[in-house]
Design a protein around this ligand. Structure first.
Ligand code: FAD
Length: 471
């Protein structure tokens, strides 16, 4: 379907003929600010522009804002997908100057000030790019099919199905070796996401599923956390990282540090000379920035992040800011700020503030990150946290983690639902979202063909039913 031309170029500086989705032009001579991505950075920017005398267009290829820090809870069946996502439209519905566009941005032309979308294009006066990052397999892209990463809701649902199906297949399998491989889980990457995933998998086996199966004992399952660096949670204090190892070991997780993964296939992972037979391998190591940064024609770092100027704009284009996981911004110690939600949120707000200053004809200001600390949870009532100068571990840290995450979730409904789910899980040890849905159930054709020990055909050898009890 042909798309109509967007009648007026923004601010009179952009080309008049720009084809685009059926967006009404900004009223009068109002400029257009386009925000790419409604994650932490983009949403913060859009909200901070609510008073702008401008049309604020938020473009995202998803219709929802996703609270990624709780994705692992969807992947491990503690929460349902809608609990941690909110429609972008409903978040911004009260912001009169905001327009939400469901579209994929294919490229940016900073010279013409135009974004190419999957359908049409859109011109801008000011642009904030907050398109985030994806996991990186360090040049081994073939591993992705065997070891999915966790970034989107689809990833989380895929992982949830793989984990639950592994237990189901183990229940049906008469072969001890195959059963053992099905009940072995490997998580690659010892950052907060890997630690949280490994802890949650161990808890599922030990508590949630412990009494649900008849022919396997889920508590016999093995969880391995593999980290190439010398220790897990590298961004945390040494003592807290050591404490989290103890928490993981208490849950039965085997922690391998200084161990690089050298191969992943349908039967397991290679760790140099060693091998772990495991049917479920999850990837929580390394990220690569959104490809949108490449089109800007400005310097990038090795992870594809745009090296931004002190005011978060890109060299040669003060009307373009890049924030969040896609931005490389050197902190006070000269190292790039980490890819975490508070960095993205503060940068999004700051980029918006600079747009307001520019619209008022004033100079932009440099960004300064205020680090309020970091947290990681290992499981029920076990977490580590650094808040200001305070170092917390155990129940207090876990409570702080839970309260903070509830407070930060977008939407009152989600906050209430998550709180109820957590209280229920705390009391009962149960996880409410243990569904394997058809969409995420691999068809036989999609199952790995290079499996070293395929499941035998035919029914499982179930033990005979016990004789009926007398009377
Ligand atoms: C599993 C996991 C756990 C995490 N846990 C924590 C934690 O505990 N604490 C913490 O602080 N941080 C955590 N993080 C990191 C944190 O989520 C990120 O740093 C943060 O989301 C970055 O925000 P962003 O706005 O840069 O990108 P994102 O939040 O990733 O948002 C990017 C948005 O851009 C959209 N988009 C991307 N490309 C395009 C395109 N071409 N066209 C249109 N739209 C596009 C995406 O759909 C998405 O909505 C975690 C991340 C993950 C994946």
């Amino acid at each position: 379907m042909p798309v109509p031309d967007l009648p007026n170029g923004p601010g009179g500086t952009s080309p008049a003929q720009v084809s685009g989705p059926n967006l009404p032009p900004p009223a009068g001579a109002r400029p257009r600010v386009v925000v790419v991505g409604a994650g932490f950075g983009g949403l913060a920017a859009a909200r901070a522009l609510r008073s702008a005398d401008a049309q604020v267009v938020v473009v995202d290829r998803q219709n929802h804002h996703l609270f990624q820090p709780l994705l692992y809870q969807v992947a491990t069946a503690a929460l349902a997908a809608p609990d941690i996502a909110s429609p972008i439209r409903s978040i911004l519905r009260r912001q009169a100057n905001a327009v939400v566009l469901l579209a994929e941005v294919r490229s940016v032309d900073p010279h013409r000030r135009v974004l190419e979308l999957d359908e049409g294009s859109i011109a801008y006066d000011h642009l904030v790019i907050a398109a985030g990052a994806r996991h990186s397999y360090f040049g081994h892209d073939a591993w992705e099919a065997r070891a999915p990463g966790l970034k989107t809701l689809e990833d989380a649902l895929e992982i949830r199905s793989r984990v639950l199906l592994a237990f189901e297949e183990a229940e049906r399998s008469p072969h001890p070796a195959i059963r053992a491989a099905l009940l072995t889980f490997v998580v690659v990457g010892g950052g907060p996401t890997g630690v949280e995933l490994a802890g949650a998998l161990a808890e599922i086996s030990r508590y949630t599923l412990a009494r649900d199966f008849r022919f396997i004992d889920p508590a016999e399952s093995r969880v391995h956390l593999v980290e190439a660096g010398p220790r897990i949670l590298p961004s945390f204090d040494d003592d807290l990282a050591a404490r989290s190892v103890v928490y993981l070991q208490d849950l039965g997780v085997t922690v391998h540090t200084g161990t690089a993964v050298t191969g992943v296939d349908a039967g397991g992972v290679d760790l140099g000379e060693r091998r772990i037979e495991a049917r479920t391998v999850l990837w929580a190591a390394g990220v690569v920035a959104s490809p949108l940064g490449r089109g800007l024609g400005v310097p990038l770092d090795r992870a594809g992040r745009v090296i931004v100027r002190p005011d978060l704009t890109v060299p040669g284009h003060p009307e373009v800011s890049v924030v969040g996981d896609l931005a490389h911004f050197a902190g006070e110690d000269g190292r790039p700020l980490p890819g975490v939600a508070p960095v993205a949120t503060q940068q999004g707000r700051h980029a918006a503030r600079n747009v307001l200053l520019a619209l008022a004809g004033q100079p932009r200001e440099p960004f300064r990150y205020v680090d309020r600390g970091s947290m990681a949870t290992v499981g029920r009532a076990r977490a580590v946290a650094e808040i200001g100068g305070l170092r917390l571990a155990g129940y207090v840290a876990w409570l702080a983690w839970a309260l903070l995450h509830i407070a930060l979730l977008a939407g009152f409904r989600n906050r209430v639902l998550v709180m109820i789910e957590w209280i229920w899980a705390y009391v009962t040890f149960q996880r409410g979202a243990r569904l394997i849905t058809e969409a995420f159930r691999p068809s036989p054709a999609a199952l790995p063909q290079d499996s070293p020990a395929p499941l035998p055909p035919g029914p499982p050898s179930l033990p005979p039913a016990p004789p009926p009890s007398p009377g």
